[in-house]
Unconditional design. Structure first.
Length: 182
């Protein structure tokens, strides 16, 4: 299903040809902020209604070094592209979130440039989380439908009388109390 996102106000002159085409899972909040859900580890929010525009990232499931690494790579990418102010990259008010202030510009729309560059960054990250997903699928298939080499039929390996580290006979329990069992 294709989604068309129109950004900007009615006062801006409509352009005849689009500058860039973006293929992202984007939603707009009730107050006009943009939410991007394409990354496997983080959700990205672009706040366009606050006094300084901000880009915030939140972990999808749990906070870990993998999530922090993705957030760090995103903000380093945006700093190198000149979209966010490097001295404003900081932890947010929600646990595990990181935010930064978007630079303002008279020449270009910072919101559109942010979306275009975030899409470029997600495209760079996509092979990594597709590889992880494929690896998880292969491991799931190995356990649910093993090959002939990795499986045995029931009764193929004979049962032995005694297996494991607990042998029948004289054993010590807690506090050096000894007992025998068979």
């Amino acid at each position: 299903m294709a989604v068309t996102v129109k950004l900007g106000s009615a006062a801006e002159a409509p352009q005849k040809e689009p500058i860039a085409k973006v293929d992202l899972n984007i939603r707009r909040t009730l107050d006009g902020d943009i939410m991007i859900f394409d990354h496997a580890d983080i959700d990205i929010f672009i706040s366009s209604n606050s006094s300084p525009n901000k880009i915030s990232t939140f972990p999808k499931d749990i906070m870990s070094e993998v999530v922090y690494g993705a957030q760090d790579r995103l903000f380093k990418f945006l700093v190198k592209k000149g979209l966010v102010r490097p001295d404003t990259v900081q932890g947010g008010s929600v646990y595990g979130s990181i935010e930064a202030e978007v630079l303002s510009s008279e020449e270009v729309n910072p919101l559109r440039m942010s979306i275009i560059n975030i899409e470029k960054w997600i495209d760079e990250e996509r092979p990594y989380f597709e590889f992880l997903s494929a690896r998880d699928d292969i491991n799931t298939d190995r356990f649910t439908d093993p090959s002939e080499e990795e499986s045995t039929e029931l009764g193929e390996i004979p049962h032995e009388g005694s297996k494991g580290s607990l042998q029948p006979g004289y054993n010590y329990g807690p506090y050096w109390q000894s007992y025998t069992y068979e």
